[in-house]
Design a protein around this ligand. Sequence first.
Ligand code: SAM
Length: 217
Amino acid sequence: FNDNLTYPTKPADFDWQPYYPELPASKIAPTVIDIGCGFGGLTVELSSLLPDATVLGLEIRAKVCEYVRLRVISLRESEKGKYKNAACMRSNTMKNLVNYLNPKSLDKIFICFPDPHFKAKNHRRRIVSYDLLTEYAYCLKPNALLYLITDVKALHEWHLEKTDSHEMFERLDEETMESDPCVKAMINVTEEGKKVERSGSNKYYMVYRRLPEESVT
Ligand code: SAM
């Protein structure tokens, strides 16, 4: 599969300025990412919910990514001063996340309603795996959070099995999880989440904390 994407060999070579033209240079690198952001409902919501964050939606489909880019530009124009901390980049996050994200640079990673890849022979295409979790841990700051949600029960069980058994992650306690406004956002505002809502299906989710190295045994 040739996705025709170019990417830097290291994060220092990447220029974020075109993505966040109104942000000061000190705030220009992403601190929150929405992996497989689709049409960007969560990406734009997080930009308002977390005004001090720099939010990046990552989407592999060129047309969908362009839609989100234009959506953000139009929101910036209609609500002056807002949404300057939101952007969308075309990317295959399974291949080159660490090429443009610095180690320990992220406060939050969201993976919302990822493609389930039901057949066993396609499980290797799932966006949660031991190796990819290692990359997520590499990009997350110590104690930073990984948010996972799906409407597919078997995929949720896969998420729990993979992340529970990864040495760099531990479940967030339920009370903290349920009181986190980002959890409410990931349940309610993504386009896929709204579709699931309309069909009356369940949503399964979990939040994990990225452990600091010193607490990993
Ligand atoms: N998160 C959005 C939501 O909840 O509405 C979209 C969910 S949609 C079912 C999954 C999205 O992930 C699709 O837009 C797809 O193009 C994108 N995607 C799949 N594989 C990807 C990859 N390797 N890198 C980036 N995006 C990917």
